[in-house]
Design a protein around this ligand. Structure first.
Ligand code: ADP
Length: 865
């Protein structure tokens, strides 16, 4: 690459333009090379040497490279670090290039694929227990369309939502990659911009029809324009990434977002549903619940927990299946043993359809599909099967012809490499067997030849060997070489090494040619069989995907039953009334953490009803308030996902929206001030919670000064009680809030118990009725190891403060006379209405710009003084 105009440089630059902001992997022989800034980025991420090669505009060109055979591993690391990669392959051999353009011709290269987080199918690049979702979002007349697919298994869902709901929907989906129109002002921050034209609904419809070879989409369901537009953007991106080769896409399913328990991103994060706050699966609800024995089951469970249901009938169906497995431990154990050894057929199918399948993938499909049929036969023989199982079982079969074909065609454990052959079983193709026999015979003939040459020459160390460059050759130690060098020896010299000399012979050449020829034909024959088998698998794709999904569902139910049996969990009763009755509830994650250190978790009850729907919970820090709040939210979430729950008994009124908020000082939000975040989130609850919602609020108001915080906490509790009327658990350390019980009749007071014993604080983690009798802040400080003198000093300060409080009535002095929230709000509305009246009487068109501006100032003054 010397100078700026070398043909290679020109070719590189053209490819790089096409690759855009993706790193360009430029194939040179056995390496993928990266140049310029790409090289710097990759070298930093991969921690490999940055070198240089040639010059460009007088500057050395930065370069780094990765060997082709190890490229997958490097790709995985780049993708994880958030990079996208364009793979430019040599699309002709050097010989072809020479033939085309003379001895100096450059080998033609082309981008064959873009590797991005959302478009992976390789086993090595995917996490087995995690779905890999690509999402496309766009807006059509104020409504957002969301298309998502996991191309490793082919499933594709379309839904639409209000623009304001999009962040929550994206949080639920948890996509690894999102694309959106480039000109869309409200494009989500993480989305990759794509051409606007890709997101047209008629285009989307046409693409979907083309993918599935149908004249109408009616058979798949009904899709809105926003959904179709998003689908268009999604397929266009896949088409771009695969350079025209589309991956496995199953028929789209229209999802009804309203049939799901709504949770926004903050709630998900705070409840640590599929990921703990520190990132990662460990410590999440998912990790505490997941007992699935297959990757596909674990992926399905993650999805179920991320999107619990609101349709009682479906929830009951799922629960009935869990119950069936719960009731029969032997059946469950047997089934799980079989499932554990099942290959991931959904992902094998994804690779095969994407054109990246291997003989091993076909072997996995053979084994997985045959096993699925056996599972069906086994379960079908059992009595009292629940309705959901009756729906699932037929999906496990129906592949008899395909599995028979694959069984006959393939060897027991086919290799991952297709190019070397050796995967078609003997007896499947007589011509192939014969070719193999020919080369086998020739190999034997070569062995015979070796013995014969040793005899004839008397050189015991003579060997016939093989390598990739020379093919077959005869090798003797250098000291014996002279004999074979003689012109009439029948041997021709080929190569002299340090200690050995290599020869050929006519006879050997003949046998070697026979092997090569038969081998070449055999490889070609195996390749043709491979294509044929791939074709058969592709034809059965929808059925295979349905089998994979049914197996995953069965694994989820059996795994939940296992978890329930292990932890003594119960089957929740699901009702329509707005109640929440939990007896002996536990927090699965905290309980598991405690049991590791041999501590016992104290179970607690919670009983909310329309007459007693807001619990105010006080008590010392570390007393278990947050844990109690969260365990009840998690129990609701688990129940609506169709799982058993960690409680002795649970009766749960369906929840439409779940909110969880934690006081600002508990989580270190970045960017905005923590208190601002807390208030934005609280505002969202007040705006969205309905009478069917369940809200947990933990120490709201803590992020600001005491007076502000108390005032806000007070007003928020009132608003939830008077306006939202949802079920709510509110933990607070503001003792003053207990006065709210006097005016809010559906609010009751509770506290976590603690006792001071011999000067030490004992936290009982037990919930009791009534207000907390005192705050144990100082005792907690002592427990935490704050020095004795400091605690003693704090005690004397506290005594003074409390004396002051006794005299003045304390922080909440005068609050008893405060009009209730509704009354206060009315007064504000009145003031607002005066403004409204003035505005109504205004003839805007009659105003000059100057008058309009003056008026605006005046109105503003009026409104805020
Ligand atoms: P708070 O919100 O009142 O400050 P937390 O809920 O954060 O208290 O609980 C503090 C710690 O107490 C937890 O980390 C856990 O170890 C323990 N804990 C909480 N609830 C229980 C319980 N029900 N049984 C046993 N230990 C508990």
């Amino acid at each position: 690459m010397a100078g700026s105009a070398t043909p290679m440089m020109v070719q590189y630059q053209a490819l790089k333009r096409e690759a855009g902001d993706c790193l360009l992997f430029y194939r040179m022989g056995d390496f993928f090379e990266l140049f310029f800034d790409d090289a710097k980025t990759a070298a930093a991420v991969l921690d490999i040497a940055l070198t240089s090669r040639g010059e460009h505009d007088g500057q050395p060109i930065p370069m780094c490279g990765v060997p082709v055979h190890a490229a997958e591993n490097y790709l995985a690391r780049l993708i994880k670090a958030g990079c996208r990669v364009a793979i430019a392959e040599q699309v002709e051999t050097p010989e072809e290039a020479k033939k085309r353009g003379g001895s100096k011709a450059l080998v033609a290269r082309d981008i064959v694929r873009f590797v991005t987080a959302g478009t992976l199918t390789e086993e090595a690049l995917l996490e087995p227990r995690r779905a890999n979702v690509l999402a496309a979002v766009c807006e059509v007349r104020g409504t957002c369309g969301v298309a998502m697919c996991d191309i490793s298994t082919g499933r594709m869902d379309l839904e639409e939502c209000a623009a304001g709901e999009l962040p929550a929907v994206l949080a639920r989906i948890g996509a690894t990659e999102v694309v959106a129109p480039e000109e869309w002002a409200a494009r989500p921050g993480e989305a990759i911009p794509r051409p606007h034209g890709d997101f047209a609904s008629d285009e989307g419809e046409a693409r979907l029809k083309a993918v599935h070879g149908v004249a109408t989409l009616d058979g798949f369901g009904s899709f809105t324009r926003a959904m179709l537009a998003a689908a268009g953007g999604l397929i266009a991106y896949l088409d771009h990434a695969g350079r025209g080769k589309l991956p496995l896409l199953l028929p789209p399913v229209a999802q009804d977002g309203t049939a799901r328990l709504a949770m926004d991103a903050a709630t998900r994060a705070s409840l640590e549903v599929v990921e703990a706050q520190g990132g990662g699966r460990a410590g999440s609800l998912l990790a505490a619940v997941d007992r699935c024995v297959t990757g596909a089951g674990a992926r399905q469970l993650a999805e179920d927990l991320a999107a619990p249901l609101t349709d009682r009938a479906v929830i009951l169906d799922r629960l009935a299946l869990v119950h069936w497995f719960h009731a029969d431990p032997l059946l469950r154990a047997d089934l799980r043993d079989v499932l554990r050894h099942l290959p991931d057929i959904g992902r094998a199918l994804g690779r095969v359809v994407a054109g990246r399948g291997s003989p091993r993938d076909l072997g996995q499909l053979r084994d997985g599909l045959s096993e699925a049929r056996r599972i069906r036969d086994h379960l079908e023989a059992k009595p009292d099967r629940p309705a959901m199982l009756e729906e699932l079982l037929p999906k496990l079969g129906g592949h008899g012809a395909l599995t028979d074909l694959l069984s006959q065609a393939l060897v027991p454990s086919p290799p991952t490499e297709r190019g070397q052959g050796g995967f078609i079983a003997e007896g499947y193709d007589a011509a192939l067997d014969e070719l193999r026999q020919v080369s086998g015979n020739a190999r034997r003939a070569i062995a015979v030849l070796e013995a014969k040459y040793r005899d004839e020459t008397g050189i015991a160390a003579l060997k016939i060997r093989h390598n990739g460059v020379l093919g077959y050759f005869i090798e003797v130690p250098a000291k014996h070489a002279d004999r074979l060098m003689a012109p009439d020896s029948g041997f021709t010299h080929r190569q002299t090494m340090a200690g050995a000399v290599r020869f050929n012979s006519l006879h050997l050449h003949e046998e070697a040619s026979r092997i090569a020829e038969a081998g070449g034909h055999a490889l070609a024959a195996e390749d043709a069989h491979f294509e044929e088998l791939v074709g058969q698998v592709c034809a059965a794709r929808e059925g295979i995907a349905a089998t994979a999904a049914a197996l995953a569902r069965i694994d989820v139910a059996a795994g939940l039953a296992e978890r329930a049996a292990e932890g003594g969990w119960c089957r929740p009763e699901i009702v329509e009334q707005a109640c929440l009755e939990i007896e002996g509830g536990r927090h699965p994650v905290v309980e598991a953490a405690l049991s590791r250190t041999g501590e016992r978790f104290v179970a607690n009850d919670c009983t909310l009803s329309p007459d007693d729907r807001l619990w105010l919970i006080g008590g010392p820090n570390m007393g278990g308030k947050s844990t109690f709040l969260r365990q009840n939210a998690l129990i609701v979430l688990l129940a609506q996902a169709g799982a058993y729950v960690p409680a002795a008994r649970a009766r749960i009124g369906l929840v439409d929206r779940l909110f969880s908020r934690v006081g600002a000082s508990d989580n270190l939000a970045r960017g905005r001030s923590t208190f601002m975040v807390e208030m934005v989130e609280t505002a969202a609850i007040l705006a969205q919670a309905t009478e069917r919602s369940f809200v947990i609020l933990d120490e709201v108001g803590r992020g600001t000064s005491t007076y502000d915080g108390l005032a806000l906490a007070w007003a928020v509790v009132e608003a939830i009680h008077e306006r939202n009327k949802c079920r709510c658990l509110f933990a607070t350390h503001y003792h003053e809030l207990v006065r709210l019980a006097e005016t809010c009749d559906a609010l009751s007071l509770h506290h976590v118990r603690a006792r001071e014993w011999k000067g030490e604080l004992v936290l009982l983690h037990e919930l009791a009725e009534g207000p907390a009798d005192r705050s144990y802040g100082l005792a907690v400080a002592r427990l935490a190891g704050v020095p004795k003198e400091v605690v003693a000093r704090a005690k004397s300060v506290l005594d003074r403060l409390e004396k002051g409080r006794a005299q003045t009535g304390g922080l909440a002095a005068g609050l008893g006379d405060l009009p209730l929230f509704a009354a206060a709000a009315e007064a504000e509305v009145e003031q607002c209405d005066e403004l409204r009246e003035r505005l109504q009487g205004l003839d805007v068109d009659a105003l000059t710009p100057r008058e309009a501006l003056d008026l605006l100032y005046e109105l503003k003054r009026e409104a805020f003084t």
